[in-house]
Design a protein around this ligand. Sequence first.
Ligand SMILES: [Zn+2]
Length: 89
Amino acid sequence: MVTRFYDQEKSYEDWCKENVNGYVFNYAGGKTGNVLHTVGCRHLTVPSRIGTYTTRYPKFCSTDITLLSIKADEVSNPYSWRRCKACFK
Ligand SMILES: [Zn+2]
């Protein structure tokens, strides 16, 4: 299952707490790009951004990286996303 969070900060934070081994696809587009992270990545816990993580663009979350990769392919146009270098090693 893939869950989409957009302007649902509390739900997103709860999901991350309940799925510490999960994955988060950040559908930012533009210059920032679309990036797949693991829950707990330092990019997802920047203090100045806590509370606004889902307000600017949606996040797709899943515990299944295959499903989340398929979703990333679906929503990114065209297939323009990457894995974060900080949390995927
Ligand atoms: Zn990351």
